[in-house]
Write a protein that binds this ligand. Structure first.
Ligand code: MF3
Ligand code: CO
Ligand code: CO
Length: 272
């Protein structure tokens, strides 16, 4: 395993790529309404990326053993855990959808995703989205030099399972920089004090996938779409985060990012 530590220039480039990735989600937000298809969202995102001078990291992306990914982003609806392929089915009231945007700016990758509720959704769906958001932030809030990757995974797993939810094991966060997916793997479960020690200049994603039912998943015949085996709802949020000398900096923030939870602000204030 080789974790690439970013220098000042790399960090500056990542700040830019990540802000732009977040701004695509900001610009998409008003369009995510009942009746829009995920393919229309895909087309809109392609226009937005063109306008901001970025390209999609996902279109044509082909890790070993996979077919080329056909979308400019991923749209994962209801029981879809991740890597949902945009299609011509309209979103309807009550759906929850994860939109995962990864852009490339000057060779640097910014990766982030958010959940969207279509119209009024069930209390269970709302709770799943909200708890998954908090789980992501709890994981992020473990980040500081000397902490270990297992601390992040443990915080997420303990919180999610404590609320009767389950954590998907097959997919994880990842280092990101001049490649889409680099070392390390950032598991969303684990034991405190285990795993790689965090060092300033590391940049990786935290992107827990949390299910309302059991954690088991299966892959659809398209070779990409991952669904819950029991067809229960699944949610995911994702940020790209830099380890700083004193803690962390979330790089995928922009004007439209949902407010940081109070428990995080509280800790930042206490540390200051
Ligand atoms: N953006 C996803 C991640 O968070 C990866 C999507 S790969 C794709 O790592 F090919 F499905 F788009
Ligand atoms: Co990612
Ligand atoms: Co992503």
């Amino acid at each position: 395993m080789t974790i690439i530590i970013k220098d000042a220039a790399g960090i500056a480039a990542m700040r830019e790529a990540c802000r732009l990735a977040s701004e695509v989600l900001d610009q998409l937000t008003p369009h995510i309404q009942p009746g829009i298809t995920t393919l229309e969202i895909d087309r809109l995102s392609a226009e937005m990326m063109r306008a901001q001078g970025t390209t999609s990291a996902t279109i044509g992306y082909q890790p070993p053993g996979y077919p080329p990914y056909p979308g400019h982003l991923c749209t994962s609806v209801n029981q879809v855990v991740c890597h949902g392929i945009p299609n011509d089915k309209p979103l309807k009231k009550g759906d929850i959808v994860n939109i995962d945007v990864t852009v490339i700016k000057d060779g640097w990758y910014g990766d982030n995703s958010r959940m969207f509720e279509i119209g009024e959704v069930s209390i269970a769906a709302k709770r799943l989205c909200a708890l998954t958001f908090d789980a992501m932030w709890l994981g992020i809030d473990q980040i500081k030099p000397g902490a270990r990757l297992g601390d992040i995974g443990h915080a997420i797993q303990k919180f999610a399972e404590g609320h009767g939810l389950s954590v998907v094991r097959e997919f994880c966060g990842h280092g990101v920089g001049q490649k889409f997916h680099e070392d390390p793997q950032v598991l969303h479960y684990g034991k405190p004090g285990t795993g790689e020690e965090l060092v300033p200049g590391m940049i990786f994603t935290v992107e827990p996938m949390i299910n309302l039912g059991r954690r088991d998943i299966k892959e659809m015949p398209d070779g990409w779409t991952i669904v819950t085996k029991d067809r229960s709802l699944s949610a995911q949020w994702e940020h790209t985060v830099l380890v700083t000398p004193t803690g962390y900096e979330v790089l995928t923030l922009s004007a439209g990012s949902p407010a940081t939870p109070d428990f995080v602000k509280g800790m930042a204030a206490a540390a200051a």
